[in-house]
Design a protein around this ligand. Structure first.
Ligand code: PLI
Length: 462
């Protein structure tokens, strides 16, 4: 018998505890999603079988992290867990000053308030919902300077998160460097499908911004995933560890916001990290108003301990290989079945191209919202809309933003689901695809003012 050439990856852990899930019938799910206004954010979690809404705060913590919770020092000021976290941030990311926050958007608020003046311009590699809103609330205007390939779900560019330096130069020329307090660089780029930024691009960006005295602020929420892609795809990095690549990425930047709920394998937590002493002082003063004292920032001591341990676990090569390996496995099942997804397969999930999946619907009929609801009805799988509903409205004109990408995100929580779950998901997507021509659009019947995708309600069109 011929020997098998293939060597599979597998998780570098075993399962110690399980959480039982409720199984539902199709009738129950049809009722539940209707009651939720066809918005998967408004479903009750207990009615969901496989929850792919987000990879944010949904990871399984390790036994070491759970043990860390018991080491919580819940002092109001100067908790020892703050110093553990500060050491981890210096060791793995290299930033000088740390301000913990309750989660990523807490850090975005503080950063935006400290750095942005009314009328400022904030270029970035594609918007993220909370990030852009905080920039706007602080009086700034976001301008997208990501490469064009990022908006094309079929482009196979290996670093679709890259900044287009010519677009950035044009923004600097038009508005002047004094109007640009910083460029916001996300690694990996969530709304583009979890697409990475290359080290070469960061290096060139640093050279360009230094010339103009513009700072680089990193949204380092999924930095370890970005580092893994650099290791796999960029020349000169194949022998480098994920941990060392992570530190290199940070070295090209002046500070960062971080949602610990993703890479860092915790259920809550985030931080703002800075290298500038003066800005740090301003931010430490402001955090007291919005989050809590600068040594806890809205977190319990135990949360900071778990995040410090999670940061260390997140940059291990074996962890990242299994993490991305699982996402890749699901993506390959779907591409084999000709389902239109964003390629190359990204870091934290699979993004289905809803415009291509449901070409008979206009973008005003919210194809990605529709598809997410259909997936729930089919098998109790909860996904997230990342299209016109998430994009919201232009604050000045009041019109919908019409993003080129109209996506449904199947986000994979870290260390939570098995390969068999991935098979169930792939089969469900195929089953919905087989009856796609019969699927009807939605109309929005309630629209909240901010971040409407969280709470908007819809009804099925007749
Ligand atoms: O959810 P927060 O506040 O901890 O983090 C906000 C945030 C900032 N940047 C990026 C790239 C994110 O993906 C992000 C949160 N993302 C969520 C909740 C998600 O489901 O993707």
């Amino acid at each position: 018998m011929a020997r098998l050439e293939k060597r599979s990856w597998a998780e570098p852990f075993k399962i110690k505890m399980v959480e039982l899930l409720k199984m539902t019938t199709k009738e129950q799910r049809i009722k539940a999603i209707k009651e939720a206004g066809y918005n998967t954010f408004l479903l009750k979690s207990e009615d969901v079988y496989i929850d792919l809404l987000t990879d944010s705060g949904t990871s399984a913590m390790s036994d070491r992290q759970w043990a860390g919770l018991m080491q919580g020092d819940e002092a109001y000021a100067g908790s020892k867990n703050f110093y553990t976290l500060e050491r981890a941030v210096k060791k793995y990311y290299g930033y000088k000053y740390l301000i913990p926050t309750h989660q990523g958007r807490g850090a975005e608020n503080i950063l935006s308030q400290v750095m942005i003046k009314k009328g400022d311009i904030i270029p970035g590699n594609m918007y993220f919902t909370t990030t852009r809103l905080h920039q706007e609330l602080a009086g700034g205007t976001f301008i997208d300077v990501i490469i064009d390939e990022a908006h094309d779900s079929e482009s196979l560019h290996p670093f679709k998160g890259n900044i287009d330096l010519d677009k950035l130069k044009a923004v600097i020329k038009k508005h002047g460097p004094h109007r640009i307090p910083y460029i916001c660089v996300a690694v990996t780029v969530n709304m583009a499908g979890g697409q990475p930024v290359s080290m070469q691009n960061l290096k060139e960006l640093r050279a360009l911004t230094s010339k103009h005295g513009i700072k680089i602020m990193l949204d380092m929420t999924r930095i370890a995933e970005n580092a893994f892609f650099i290791q796999q795809r960029e020349k000169g990095f194949s022998r480098r560890s994920v941990a060392s690549i992570v530190k290199d990425i940070c070295s090209y930047t002046d500070g960062a916001t971080f949602s610990g709920k993703k890479d860092a394998l915790v259920n809550i937590g985030g931080f703002l990290a800075l290298n500038d002493a003066e800005k740090f002082e301003e931010a430490s003063n402001l955090v007291v108003v919005y989050e809590g004292l600068h040594t806890y920032g809205g977190l319990a001591g135990r949360d900071m301990e778990a995040m410090a341990i999670g940061i260390e676990e997140s940059v291990q090569d074996e962890h990242m290989k299994a993490r991305i390996g699982q996402v890749l496995y699901l993506g390959e099942q779907l591409t084999k079945a000709d389902i239109p997804i964003v390629l190359p397969i990204g870091g934290h999930g699979i993004f289905i191209d809803a415009k291509k999946f449901l070409p008979h619907l206009t973008q005003d009929q919210f194809p990605a919202q529709v598809l997410a609801a259909e997936l729930y009805e089919d098998a109790g799988i909860r996904a997230m809309e990342r299209g016109i509903v998430s994009a919201g409205r232009n604050a000045k004109t009041g019109n919908h933003y019409y993003p080129k990408l109209e996506l449904v995100r199947l986000t994979i929580p870290r260390r939570v689901y098995t390969q068999a779950h991935m098979d169930v998901i792939a089969e469900s997507v195929q089953s919905v695809y087989d009856r796609r021509n019969k699927i009807k659009g939605l109309a929005m019947i309630y629209e909240p003012k901010y971040l409407r995708f969280f709470q908007a309600r819809f009804k099925k069109l007749a």
